[in-house]
Write a protein that binds this ligand. Sequence first.
Ligand code: ADP
Ligand code: ASP
Ligand code: MG
Length: 403
Amino acid sequence: MDIVVQKFGGTSVGSVERIAAVAELVKKSSNKDKIVVVVSAMSGETNKLIDLAKNFTQNPNRREFDALVSTGEKVSSSLLAIALDSIGIKAKSLSASQISMKTTNSYSKARILDIDSSKIMQTIKDGYIPIITGFQGVTEHGDVTTLGRGGSDTTAVAIAANLKAKRCDIYTDVDGIYTTDPRVVPEAKKLDSITMEEMLEMAGKGAKVIQIRAVEFANKFKVPVRVLSSFEPGSGTLISLEENNMENALVSGIAFQKDQVKITLHGVVDTPGIAYGILGPLSDENIEVDVIVQNVSVNGKTDFTFTVSKEDELSATNIIKANKNALQYEDVLIDPSISKVSLVGVGMRTHAGIASEAFKSLAENDINIQMISTSEIKITIVINEINTEKAVKCLHKTFNLDK
Ligand code: ADP
Ligand code: ASP
Ligand code: MG
Protein backbone atom coordinates (compact mmCIF):
# COMPACT_ATOMS: atom_id res chain seq x y z
CA MET A 1 0.00 0.00 0.00
CA ASP A 2 1.13 3.53 -0.76
CA ILE A 3 1.41 6.25 1.83
CA VAL A 4 -0.99 9.19 1.58
CA VAL A 5 -0.65 12.18 3.92
CA GLN A 6 -3.98 13.75 4.91
CA LYS A 7 -3.93 17.20 6.48
CA PHE A 8 -7.00 18.57 8.25
CA GLY A 9 -7.26 22.33 8.80
CA GLY A 10 -8.79 24.17 11.74
CA THR A 11 -12.43 24.17 10.60
CA SER A 12 -12.18 20.50 9.64
CA VAL A 13 -11.39 19.64 13.28
CA GLY A 14 -13.24 22.65 14.75
CA SER A 15 -15.61 20.71 17.06
CA VAL A 16 -16.02 17.24 18.52
CA GLU A 17 -18.58 16.50 15.80
CA ARG A 18 -16.07 17.52 13.15
CA ILE A 19 -13.32 15.42 14.75
CA ALA A 20 -15.68 12.45 14.73
CA ALA A 21 -16.41 13.06 11.03
CA VAL A 22 -12.69 13.29 10.25
CA ALA A 23 -12.08 10.04 12.16
CA GLU A 24 -14.64 8.32 9.90
CA LEU A 25 -12.99 9.80 6.81
CA VAL A 26 -9.55 8.60 7.94
CA LYS A 27 -10.96 5.16 8.79
CA LYS A 28 -12.43 4.82 5.31
CA SER A 29 -9.24 5.97 3.54
CA SER A 30 -7.15 3.57 5.60
CA ASN A 31 -8.72 0.66 3.69
CA LYS A 32 -7.04 1.87 0.49
CA ASP A 33 -3.77 3.49 1.56
CA LYS A 34 -1.43 3.80 4.50
CA ILE A 35 -2.60 7.06 6.04
CA VAL A 36 -0.46 9.57 7.90
CA VAL A 37 -2.48 12.43 9.35
CA VAL A 38 -1.40 16.02 10.09
CA VAL A 39 -3.75 18.29 12.03
CA SER A 40 -4.13 22.00 12.71
CA ALA A 41 -5.47 23.34 15.97
CA MET A 42 -9.27 23.48 16.30
CA SER A 43 -10.40 26.66 14.53
CA GLY A 44 -10.00 29.82 16.61
CA GLU A 45 -7.69 28.15 19.13
CA THR A 46 -4.42 29.56 17.79
CA ASN A 47 -5.91 33.07 17.78
CA LYS A 48 -7.07 32.59 21.36
CA LEU A 49 -3.57 31.61 22.45
CA ILE A 50 -2.05 34.60 20.64
CA ASP A 51 -4.53 36.94 22.35
CA LEU A 52 -3.70 35.44 25.75
CA ALA A 53 -0.01 36.28 25.28
CA LYS A 54 -0.80 39.79 24.02
CA ASN A 55 -2.58 40.57 27.30
CA PHE A 56 0.89 41.08 28.73
CA THR A 57 2.77 42.77 25.89
CA GLN A 58 2.56 43.41 22.16
CA ASN A 59 6.01 41.91 21.88
CA PRO A 60 5.95 38.64 23.85
CA ASN A 61 9.10 36.67 24.56
CA ARG A 62 9.56 34.82 21.29
CA ARG A 63 10.50 31.42 22.68
CA GLU A 64 7.60 31.35 25.09
CA PHE A 65 5.20 32.67 22.47
CA ASP A 66 5.93 29.70 20.19
CA ALA A 67 5.82 27.26 23.11
CA LEU A 68 2.34 28.61 23.85
CA VAL A 69 0.76 28.94 20.40
CA SER A 70 1.93 25.49 19.32
CA THR A 71 -0.23 23.82 21.97
CA GLY A 72 -3.48 23.96 19.97
CA GLU A 73 -2.19 21.19 17.72
CA LYS A 74 -1.45 18.96 20.75
CA VAL A 75 -5.11 19.11 21.70
CA SER A 76 -6.49 18.32 18.22
CA SER A 77 -4.00 15.52 17.50
CA SER A 78 -4.74 13.69 20.76
CA LEU A 79 -8.50 14.22 20.36
CA LEU A 80 -8.43 12.75 16.85
CA ALA A 81 -6.39 9.78 18.08
CA ILE A 82 -8.97 9.23 20.87
CA ALA A 83 -11.82 9.50 18.35
CA LEU A 84 -10.17 6.97 16.02
CA ASP A 85 -9.46 4.61 18.89
CA SER A 86 -13.11 4.81 19.93
CA ILE A 87 -14.20 3.50 16.51
CA GLY A 88 -11.71 0.67 16.53
CA ILE A 89 -8.82 2.23 14.62
CA LYS A 90 -5.45 2.27 16.35
CA ALA A 91 -3.91 5.75 16.19
CA LYS A 92 -1.09 7.54 17.97
CA SER A 93 -0.61 11.30 18.28
CA LEU A 94 2.95 12.46 17.66
CA SER A 95 4.38 15.90 18.40
CA ALA A 96 7.15 17.63 16.47
CA SER A 97 9.71 16.65 19.07
CA GLN A 98 8.59 13.01 18.93
CA ILE A 99 9.30 12.87 15.19
CA SER A 100 12.36 15.14 15.47
CA MET A 101 10.90 17.75 13.14
CA LYS A 102 13.98 20.00 13.28
CA THR A 103 13.67 23.63 12.29
CA THR A 104 15.70 26.82 12.30
CA ASN A 105 15.40 28.89 15.46
CA SER A 106 13.57 31.86 13.93
CA TYR A 107 10.54 31.73 16.19
CA SER A 108 7.12 32.18 14.56
CA LYS A 109 8.59 31.74 11.09
CA ALA A 110 10.85 28.74 11.54
CA ARG A 111 11.85 26.67 8.53
CA ILE A 112 11.94 22.90 8.46
CA LEU A 113 15.45 21.46 8.23
CA ASP A 114 14.98 17.75 8.78
CA ILE A 115 12.49 15.08 9.86
CA ASP A 116 13.30 11.69 11.35
CA SER A 117 10.90 9.44 9.46
CA SER A 118 11.85 6.32 11.44
CA LYS A 119 9.43 7.11 14.29
CA ILE A 120 6.57 7.64 11.84
CA MET A 121 7.41 4.46 9.92
CA GLN A 122 7.68 2.45 13.14
CA THR A 123 4.27 3.73 14.24
CA ILE A 124 2.79 2.56 10.92
CA LYS A 125 4.56 -0.83 11.21
CA ASP A 126 3.14 -1.25 14.70
CA GLY A 127 -0.32 -0.89 13.16
CA TYR A 128 -1.12 2.65 14.29
CA ILE A 129 -2.14 5.65 12.21
CA PRO A 130 0.25 8.49 13.08
CA ILE A 131 -1.59 11.74 13.92
CA ILE A 132 1.07 14.43 13.72
CA THR A 133 0.80 17.94 15.15
CA GLY A 134 1.05 20.50 12.34
CA PHE A 135 2.56 23.98 12.64
CA GLN A 136 5.22 23.09 15.23
CA GLY A 137 8.88 22.16 15.12
CA VAL A 138 11.86 21.95 17.44
CA THR A 139 15.28 23.58 17.28
CA GLU A 140 18.45 21.57 17.62
CA HIS A 141 18.31 22.45 21.32
CA GLY A 142 14.79 21.08 21.66
CA ASP A 143 12.99 24.43 21.94
CA VAL A 144 9.56 24.52 20.34
CA THR A 145 9.12 26.67 17.23
CA THR A 146 6.20 27.41 14.91
CA LEU A 147 6.15 27.65 11.13
CA GLY A 148 4.06 30.78 10.56
CA ARG A 149 0.27 31.08 10.25
CA GLY A 150 -1.16 28.29 8.14
CA GLY A 151 2.01 26.29 8.78
CA SER A 152 0.29 22.91 9.16
CA ASP A 153 0.08 22.77 5.36
CA THR A 154 3.87 22.91 5.28
CA THR A 155 4.19 20.21 7.96
CA ALA A 156 1.99 17.96 5.83
CA VAL A 157 3.82 18.46 2.55
CA ALA A 158 7.23 18.17 4.22
CA ILE A 159 6.20 14.86 5.78
CA ALA A 160 4.79 13.66 2.45
CA ALA A 161 8.12 14.52 0.79
CA ASN A 162 10.08 12.83 3.56
CA LEU A 163 8.02 9.62 3.42
CA LYS A 164 7.88 9.69 -0.40
CA ALA A 165 4.12 9.59 -0.14
CA LYS A 166 2.00 9.04 -3.22
CA ARG A 167 0.11 12.25 -2.51
CA CYS A 168 -0.60 14.92 0.08
CA ASP A 169 -4.29 15.73 0.51
CA ILE A 170 -5.04 19.09 2.13
CA TYR A 171 -8.56 18.85 3.55
CA THR A 172 -10.17 22.22 4.22
CA ASP A 173 -13.50 24.06 4.35
CA VAL A 174 -13.75 24.75 0.60
CA ASP A 175 -13.92 22.04 -2.06
CA GLY A 176 -10.78 23.14 -3.93
CA ILE A 177 -8.77 26.05 -5.21
CA TYR A 178 -10.87 28.75 -6.83
CA THR A 179 -10.15 31.55 -9.29
CA THR A 180 -10.19 33.80 -6.21
CA ASP A 181 -11.38 33.56 -2.61
CA PRO A 182 -14.96 32.28 -2.98
CA ARG A 183 -15.92 34.02 0.28
CA VAL A 184 -15.18 37.37 -1.35
CA VAL A 185 -16.36 36.66 -4.89
CA PRO A 186 -19.26 34.19 -4.87
CA GLU A 187 -18.95 33.87 -8.68
CA ALA A 188 -15.42 32.43 -8.33
CA LYS A 189 -14.99 29.11 -10.13
CA LYS A 190 -13.33 25.98 -8.78
CA LEU A 191 -10.30 24.88 -10.77
CA ASP A 192 -9.76 21.18 -11.54
CA SER A 193 -6.05 21.77 -11.58
CA ILE A 194 -3.57 24.61 -11.27
CA THR A 195 0.09 24.59 -12.25
CA MET A 196 2.69 24.56 -9.50
CA GLU A 197 4.14 27.90 -10.57
CA GLU A 198 0.71 29.56 -10.58
CA MET A 199 0.00 28.16 -7.12
CA LEU A 200 3.36 29.47 -5.92
CA GLU A 201 2.38 32.97 -7.04
CA MET A 202 -1.20 32.72 -5.73
CA ALA A 203 -0.07 31.48 -2.29
CA GLY A 204 2.81 33.97 -2.19
CA LYS A 205 0.35 36.80 -2.83
CA GLY A 206 -2.20 35.94 -0.19
CA ALA A 207 -4.43 33.03 -1.30
CA LYS A 208 -4.39 31.52 2.16
CA VAL A 209 -5.98 28.24 1.06
CA ILE A 210 -2.45 26.78 1.23
CA GLN A 211 0.71 28.19 2.81
CA ILE A 212 3.41 29.28 0.35
CA ARG A 213 6.11 27.17 2.05
CA ALA A 214 3.99 24.08 1.50
CA VAL A 215 3.85 24.81 -2.23
CA GLU A 216 7.61 25.42 -2.26
CA PHE A 217 8.19 22.00 -0.66
CA ALA A 218 5.80 20.34 -3.09
CA ASN A 219 7.61 21.95 -6.00
CA LYS A 220 11.09 21.10 -4.75
CA PHE A 221 10.36 17.47 -3.88
CA LYS A 222 7.74 16.89 -6.58
CA VAL A 223 4.94 15.96 -4.19
CA PRO A 224 1.50 15.82 -5.82
CA VAL A 225 -0.83 17.95 -3.68
CA ARG A 226 -4.61 17.99 -3.77
CA VAL A 227 -6.84 20.52 -1.99
CA LEU A 228 -10.31 19.24 -1.13
CA SER A 229 -13.18 19.51 1.33
CA SER A 230 -13.50 17.48 4.51
CA PHE A 231 -17.20 18.43 4.60
CA GLU A 232 -18.36 17.01 1.29
CA PRO A 233 -17.07 14.41 -1.16
CA GLY A 234 -15.30 15.56 -4.33
CA SER A 235 -12.02 15.38 -6.18
CA GLY A 236 -10.88 18.90 -5.26
CA THR A 237 -8.09 20.68 -7.11
CA LEU A 238 -4.80 19.10 -8.07
CA ILE A 239 -1.68 21.24 -7.99
CA SER A 240 -0.15 19.74 -11.07
CA LEU A 241 3.53 18.99 -11.41
CA GLU A 242 3.26 18.92 -15.18
CA GLU A 243 3.30 21.97 -17.37
CA ASN A 244 -0.14 22.42 -18.78
CA ASN A 245 0.06 22.17 -22.56
CA MET A 246 -3.51 23.08 -23.17
CA GLU A 247 -4.49 26.57 -24.17
CA ASN A 248 -4.05 28.37 -20.87
CA ALA A 249 -6.37 31.07 -19.65
CA LEU A 250 -4.71 34.50 -19.72
CA VAL A 251 -5.37 34.95 -16.04
CA SER A 252 -5.93 31.85 -13.92
CA GLY A 253 -6.60 33.47 -10.59
CA ILE A 254 -6.58 36.57 -8.43
CA ALA A 255 -5.02 36.71 -4.99
CA PHE A 256 -5.13 39.54 -2.49
CA GLN A 257 -3.50 40.47 0.78
CA LYS A 258 -4.92 42.99 3.21
CA ASP A 259 -2.64 42.75 6.21
CA GLN A 260 -0.01 44.95 4.59
CA VAL A 261 1.74 48.23 5.29
CA LYS A 262 3.57 50.56 2.95
CA ILE A 263 6.77 52.05 4.31
CA THR A 264 8.35 55.06 2.60
CA LEU A 265 11.73 56.50 3.45
CA HIS A 266 11.48 60.09 2.30
CA GLY A 267 14.53 62.16 1.33
CA VAL A 268 17.03 59.33 1.18
CA VAL A 269 20.51 60.42 0.06
CA ASP A 270 20.88 58.64 -3.28
CA THR A 271 24.24 56.87 -3.14
CA PRO A 272 25.32 53.36 -4.16
CA GLY A 273 24.27 50.82 -1.57
CA ILE A 274 21.14 52.51 -0.23
CA ALA A 275 18.80 49.68 -1.18
CA TYR A 276 21.09 47.24 0.55
CA GLY A 277 21.49 49.58 3.50
CA ILE A 278 17.72 49.76 3.96
CA LEU A 279 16.69 46.20 3.12
CA GLY A 280 19.74 44.22 4.32
CA PRO A 281 19.00 44.64 8.06
CA LEU A 282 15.33 43.71 7.44
CA SER A 283 16.29 40.54 5.64
CA ASP A 284 18.74 39.67 8.46
CA GLU A 285 15.66 39.66 10.73
CA ASN A 286 13.73 37.43 8.28
CA ILE A 287 11.35 40.23 7.40
CA GLU A 288 9.95 39.71 3.94
CA VAL A 289 9.82 42.80 1.83
CA ASP A 290 7.64 42.94 -1.27
CA VAL A 291 6.80 45.51 -3.97
CA ILE A 292 9.84 47.82 -3.91
CA VAL A 293 9.94 51.17 -5.69
CA GLN A 294 12.77 53.69 -5.76
CA ASN A 295 11.88 56.99 -7.35
CA VAL A 296 13.89 59.25 -9.60
CA SER A 297 16.17 61.35 -7.46
CA VAL A 298 15.91 65.11 -7.24
CA ASN A 299 18.93 67.07 -5.97
CA GLY A 300 20.60 63.82 -4.91
CA LYS A 301 17.65 62.74 -2.78
CA THR A 302 15.03 60.11 -3.47
CA ASP A 303 12.05 58.30 -1.95
CA PHE A 304 12.29 54.59 -1.32
CA THR A 305 9.05 52.64 -0.79
CA PHE A 306 8.25 48.98 -0.05
CA THR A 307 5.61 46.82 1.58
CA VAL A 308 5.83 44.41 4.52
CA SER A 309 3.14 42.43 6.29
CA LYS A 310 1.43 44.09 9.25
CA GLU A 311 2.91 41.43 11.51
CA ASP A 312 6.37 42.79 10.70
CA GLU A 313 5.50 46.50 10.86
CA LEU A 314 6.80 47.11 14.37
CA SER A 315 10.10 45.25 13.89
CA ALA A 316 10.66 46.82 10.47
CA THR A 317 10.09 50.40 11.64
CA ASN A 318 12.22 49.84 14.74
CA ILE A 319 15.11 48.62 12.60
CA ILE A 320 14.78 51.54 10.19
CA LYS A 321 14.64 54.07 13.01
CA ALA A 322 17.62 52.47 14.71
CA ASN A 323 19.60 52.87 11.46
CA LYS A 324 18.62 56.49 10.85
CA ASN A 325 22.14 57.85 11.05
CA ALA A 326 23.62 55.30 8.68
CA LEU A 327 20.74 55.52 6.22
CA GLN A 328 20.49 59.32 5.91
CA TYR A 329 16.79 59.92 5.28
CA GLU A 330 14.50 62.74 6.32
CA ASP A 331 11.33 60.91 7.33
CA VAL A 332 9.67 57.52 7.56
CA LEU A 333 6.06 57.44 6.37
CA ILE A 334 3.89 54.47 7.26
CA ASP A 335 0.65 53.73 5.42
CA PRO A 336 -1.20 50.91 7.19
CA SER A 337 -4.27 51.07 4.97
CA ILE A 338 -3.08 49.41 1.81
CA SER A 339 -3.65 46.06 0.19
CA LYS A 340 -2.11 44.11 -2.66
CA VAL A 341 -4.11 42.55 -5.46
CA SER A 342 -2.35 40.14 -7.84
CA LEU A 343 -3.36 38.65 -11.16
CA VAL A 344 -1.69 35.30 -11.81
CA GLY A 345 -1.54 33.19 -14.97
CA VAL A 346 1.01 31.30 -17.05
CA GLY A 347 -0.91 32.60 -20.08
CA MET A 348 0.57 36.05 -19.40
CA ARG A 349 3.88 34.82 -20.70
CA THR A 350 2.60 34.72 -24.25
CA HIS A 351 0.02 37.48 -24.20
CA ALA A 352 0.68 41.18 -24.06
CA GLY A 353 -1.81 43.79 -22.93
CA ILE A 354 -3.06 42.15 -19.76
CA ALA A 355 -1.63 44.87 -17.56
CA SER A 356 -3.25 47.64 -19.56
CA GLU A 357 -6.59 45.85 -19.54
CA ALA A 358 -6.34 45.51 -15.75
CA PHE A 359 -5.45 49.20 -15.35
CA LYS A 360 -8.36 50.21 -17.58
CA SER A 361 -10.77 48.17 -15.51
CA LEU A 362 -9.48 49.71 -12.28
CA ALA A 363 -9.68 53.23 -13.75
CA GLU A 364 -13.28 52.67 -14.82
CA ASN A 365 -14.04 51.64 -11.25
CA ASP A 366 -12.34 54.70 -9.81
CA ILE A 367 -9.63 52.73 -8.06
CA ASN A 368 -6.32 54.51 -7.68
CA ILE A 369 -3.16 52.44 -8.15
CA GLN A 370 -0.34 53.33 -5.75
CA MET A 371 2.37 50.90 -6.84
CA ILE A 372 2.78 48.23 -9.54
CA SER A 373 5.12 45.29 -9.79
CA THR A 374 5.19 42.57 -12.42
CA SER A 375 6.84 39.26 -13.08
CA GLU A 376 6.53 36.87 -16.00
CA ILE A 377 3.26 35.34 -14.82
CA LYS A 378 1.99 37.92 -12.31
CA ILE A 379 0.94 41.56 -11.94
CA THR A 380 0.68 43.01 -8.44
CA ILE A 381 -0.92 46.35 -7.69
CA VAL A 382 -0.98 48.19 -4.39
CA ILE A 383 -4.22 50.07 -3.67
CA ASN A 384 -6.10 51.56 -0.73
CA GLU A 385 -7.36 48.74 1.46
CA ILE A 386 -10.98 49.89 1.29
CA ASN A 387 -11.01 49.12 -2.44
CA THR A 388 -9.79 45.52 -2.13
CA GLU A 389 -13.07 43.68 -2.70
CA LYS A 390 -14.15 46.10 -5.39
CA ALA A 391 -10.85 45.64 -7.27
CA VAL A 392 -10.89 41.85 -7.00
CA LYS A 393 -14.49 41.73 -8.23
CA CYS A 394 -13.97 44.01 -11.21
CA LEU A 395 -10.77 42.25 -12.29
CA HIS A 396 -12.43 38.86 -11.87
CA LYS A 397 -15.12 40.00 -14.26
CA THR A 398 -12.78 41.72 -16.71
CA PHE A 399 -10.82 38.52 -17.25
CA ASN A 400 -13.94 36.36 -17.50
CA LEU A 401 -13.00 34.22 -14.53
CA ASP A 402 -16.68 33.79 -13.67
CA LYS A 403 -17.38 32.12 -17.02
P1 ADP B 1 -7.66 25.57 6.98
O1 ADP B 1 -8.09 25.93 8.34
O2 ADP B 1 -8.32 24.34 6.46
O3 ADP B 1 -6.18 25.55 6.79
P2 ADP B 1 -7.77 28.19 5.73
O4 ADP B 1 -8.77 29.12 6.31
O5 ADP B 1 -6.35 28.36 6.08
O6 ADP B 1 -8.27 26.69 6.02
O7 ADP B 1 -7.88 28.20 4.13
C1 ADP B 1 -9.12 27.99 3.49
C2 ADP B 1 -9.72 29.33 3.10
O8 ADP B 1 -8.91 29.94 2.11
C3 ADP B 1 -11.07 29.24 2.44
O9 ADP B 1 -12.10 29.18 3.39
C4 ADP B 1 -11.13 30.50 1.59
O10 ADP B 1 -11.87 31.53 2.19
C5 ADP B 1 -9.67 30.97 1.50
N1 ADP B 1 -9.19 31.18 0.14
C6 ADP B 1 -8.47 32.26 -0.26
N2 ADP B 1 -8.20 32.20 -1.56
C7 ADP B 1 -8.76 31.06 -2.02
C8 ADP B 1 -8.81 30.45 -3.31
N3 ADP B 1 -8.23 30.99 -4.38
N4 ADP B 1 -9.46 29.25 -3.41
C9 ADP B 1 -10.05 28.69 -2.34
N5 ADP B 1 -10.04 29.23 -1.11
C10 ADP B 1 -9.39 30.41 -0.93
N1 ASP C 1 -3.01 26.54 13.83
C1 ASP C 1 -2.10 27.30 13.02
C2 ASP C 1 -2.75 28.61 12.56
O1 ASP C 1 -3.87 28.89 12.94
C3 ASP C 1 -1.55 26.53 11.86
C4 ASP C 1 -2.55 26.11 10.82
O2 ASP C 1 -3.76 26.18 11.03
O3 ASP C 1 -2.12 25.68 9.74
O4 ASP C 1 -2.13 29.37 11.86
MG1 MG D 1 -4.76 27.08 6.50
